[in-house]
Ligand binder design. Structure first.
Ligand code: NDP
Length: 479
C-alpha cells in the first residue's frame, strides 16, 4: 500500500508529527531522514504506527500516493532548502511540499515562488505547540495555494488540536501568510510572557509574598478573564522547589532570558510595515537587556529610589496588578493583530483575523479563552481598525485603566522595570489622544529638512521658509 502523507526529518518534531499523523484514521505515513539511524529507531519503536520507511528520496517519492504530500520538519534555513531541492527532483507537478519548520516568512515567499515554477505546490505551515503539540495536536497555520489546501486541509485537520469541537487549523492565506502569522503568534507570546513576569515581580517586591504564595495568586487569576496556558504554567513554575538547595526554583534560575529570534523577526517586520507593536518590542528588548551581565554589573552602581517599596493594601494592589495585566494584554494582542492586518495588506493576503484567533485557542502557547473574544470582535466587524476598541475590550480597558495607571506609577516610583506594562499604557494613551505632538515633529522636520506639512484647516502641502522671512508657501508633497 502507498502512503497518503510523508514526513522528512525525524528529529523530535518530525517523529512526533509522524506518530500523530499515523494515529489518525485513514492515514498511512511514509518517513525519511537524512541519517538512516533516526528512521530505523522510529520504525522499531513504533510498530503500531505502520510507518513506511524510505532510505532515499526516490524511495520516499515511490512510497507516496498522488498527489504526493510531504511535510518537512528539519532545521530551518539551509537544511530546509536542501530538502526542498531534493524533493523537487523526485516529485511531479501537482504534488505538495509542506515546510512545517520555523521558517522566516520572506524565505517561504521565495521558496513558494521557486517551487511553483516547477508545477509543484509549496506550502509554508507554521506549527505551534512544541514537541508535545506535535504529538497530541498542534495549532497549525498553513499558507500556500488553494489547490494544495484541498488535499492538505483534511490531513492537517485530522492532526490539529481541537478547541470547542473545531480543529485548530485554517488556510491562513497564500504563500508566506502561514509563517507570517506564526511569527506574530510568537511575538505575542513574548509580550504575554513579559507582562506576566512583570506582574510577578511587582507583586513579589511590593508585597513580599513568596513565589509559592504568588503561585496561588496566579492559580486564582486563571479562573477568571486571564485564564490561559501561560498563566497556568506560571503558577507551576513559581511553585517548583529546587531539589538541591530547597529554594524556590525561580530564585536559582539565572535571570538571563534566551530567544530563538522569532520575537526579533516580529519587531523587524513591524518596523518595516510601520506598525507600533511596542509591547512585543519591549518584551524582546527586555530579554536582550537581561542577557548582558557585563553591562548589568557596571550599571548596578546607578542609584534607584531612596524609599523601600511596600504596599499597604496588599489585596488591593494585587487586584490592580491583575487589571493592569489584562489591559496590557489586550493592547499586546491588539498590536499583534494590527501587524497581521498590515502584513496582509502589504503582501496581498486575504487573512480572516477571527479565524486566526480561533486556531490559537488550543495546541499553541498563547492558547486561552480570551481568543474567543477576539473572534467575536472580528465577527462583529471584520475590518475593525483597532482590536482594543471592540466593545468587550473597550469595556475592560475602561474598567481597568485607573488601576493600570496606579500600577505603572507605583512601578516607576519603586524603580521596578515594567517596560511592557508602561509601553502598553503609553500606546493606549497615544492611540486615543485627540491631538499628538506629532504636529511639532512635523514642524521640526520642515525646519531642518524642508519635509513639508499638511494643515488641519485646508487642503495642500506647505513649507515655512525658515531660513528666509518665515512666510508659508505651498509646496510639493515630499512627505
Ligand atoms: P532540528 O531543528 O534539531 O533539526 C534536526 C533535523 O534536521 C534532523 O532530522 C536532521 O537530520 C535534519 N537535517 C539537518 N540538516 C539537514 C540537511 N542538510 N539535509 C537534510 N536533513 C537535515 O529538529 P527539531 O525536530 O527540533 O525541529 C524541526 C523544525 O521544527 C525546525 O524548523 C524547528 O525550528 C521547528 N521547531 C518547532 C517547534 C515548535 O514548537 N513549533 C519546536 C521545535 C522545533 P539528521 O538526523 O540526518 O541530522
Amino acid at each position: 500500500a502507498l502512503a497518503n502523507i510523508g514526513v522528512v526529518g525525524l528529529a523530535v518534531m518530525g517523529s512526533n508529527l509522524a506518530r500523530n499523523l499515523a494515529s489518525r484514521e485513514g492515514n498511512t505515513v511514509a518517513v525519511y531522514n537524512r541519517s538512516r539511524s533516526k528512521t530505523d529507531e522510529l520504525v522499531a519503536e513504533h510498530p503500531e504506527a505502520g510507518f513506511i520507511p524510505a532510505f532515499s528520496y526516490e524511495e520516499f517519492a515511490a512510497s507516496l500516493s498522488k498527489p504526493r504530500t510531504a511535510i518537512i520538519m528539519v532545521k530551518a534555513g539551509r537544511p530546509t532548502d536542501a530538502v526542498i531541492d531534493s524533493l523537487v527532483e523526485v516529485f511531479e507537478p501537482g504534488d505538495i511540499i509542506v515546510d512545517g519548520g520555523n521558517a522566516y516568512f520572506p524565505d517561504t515567499i521565495r521558496r513558494e515562488k521557486a517551487v511553483r515554477e516547477t508545477g509543484i505546490n509549496f506550502v509554508g505551515a507554521g506549527i505551534s505547540g512544541g514537541e508535545e503539540g506535535a504529538l497530541t495536536g498542534p495549532s497549525i497555520m498553513p499558507g500556500g495555494s488553494d489547490e494544495s489546501w484541498v488535499t492538505l486541509g483534511p490531513i492537517l485537520k485530522s492532526i490539529a488540536a481541537v478547541a470547542e469541537g473545531e480543529p485548530c487549523v485554517t488556510h491562513v492565506g497564500h504563500d508566506g501568510a502561514g509563517h507570517f502569522v506564526k511569527m506574530v503568534h510568537n511575538g505575542i507570546e513574548y509580550a504575554d510572557m513579559q507582562l506576566i513576569a512583570e506582574a510577578y515581580d511587582l507583586i513579589r517586591r511590593g508585597t513580599g509574598k513568596t513565589p509559592a504564595e504568588i503561585a496561588d495568586v496566579f492559580a486564582e487569576w486563571n479562573k477568571g478573564e486571564l485564564e490561559s496556558y501561560l498563566i497556568e504554567i506560571t503558577a507551576e513554575v513559581l511553585r517548583q522547589v529546587d531539589a538541591e538547595t530547597g529554594k524556590p526554583l525561580v530564585d536559582v534560575i539565572l535571570d538571563q532570558a534566551g530567544a530563538k529570534g522569532t520575537g526579533a523577526w516580529t519587531v523587524q517586520t513591524a518596523l518595516a510595515l510601520g506598525v507600533p507593536v511596542s509591547g512585543i518590542a519591549e518584551a524582546t528588548f527586555a530579554r536582550s537587556l537581561s542577557s548582558h551581565p557585563e553591562q548589568r554589573a557596571v550599571a548596578a552602581s546607578l542609584p534607584g529610589p531612596d524609599e523601600e517599596f511596600r504596599v499597604d493594601d496588599v489585596d488591593g494592589f494585587i487586584e490592580d496588578v491583575r487589571q493592569a495585566l489584562f489591559a496590557s494584554k489586550i493592547i499586546a494582542y491588539s498590536q499583534g493583530f494590527d501587524e497581521i492586518r498590515a502584513g496582509a495588506a502589504e503582501y496581498n493576503w486575504t487573512i480572516d483575523l477571527g479565524a486566526v484567533s480561533k486556531i490559537w485557542r488550543a495546541g499553541c502557547i498563547i492558547r486561552a479563552q480570551f481568543l474567543n473574544r477576539i473572534a467575536d470582535a472580528y465577527a462583529e466587524q471584520p475590518d475593525l481598525p483597532v482590536l482594543a476598541t471592540a466593545p468587550y475590550f473597550a469595556e475592560a480597558l475602561t474598567r481597568g485603566q485607573a488601576a493600570w495607571r496606579r500600577v505603572v506609577v507605583a512601578a516607576t516610583q519603586a524603580g521596578i522595570p515594567s517596560p511592557a506594562f508602561s509601553s502598553s499604557l503609553a500606546y493606549y494613551d497615544g492611540i486615543r489622544a485627540e491631538r499628538l505632538p506629532a504636529a511639532l515633529v512635523q514642524g521640526q522636520r520642515d525646519f531642518f529638512g524642508a519635509h513639508t506639512y499638511k494643515r488641519i484647516d485646508k487642503e495642500g502641502t506647505f513649507h515655512t521658509q525658515w531660513s528666509g522671512d518665515r512666510t508659508e508657501i505651498e509646496a510639493e508633497d515630499t512627505h
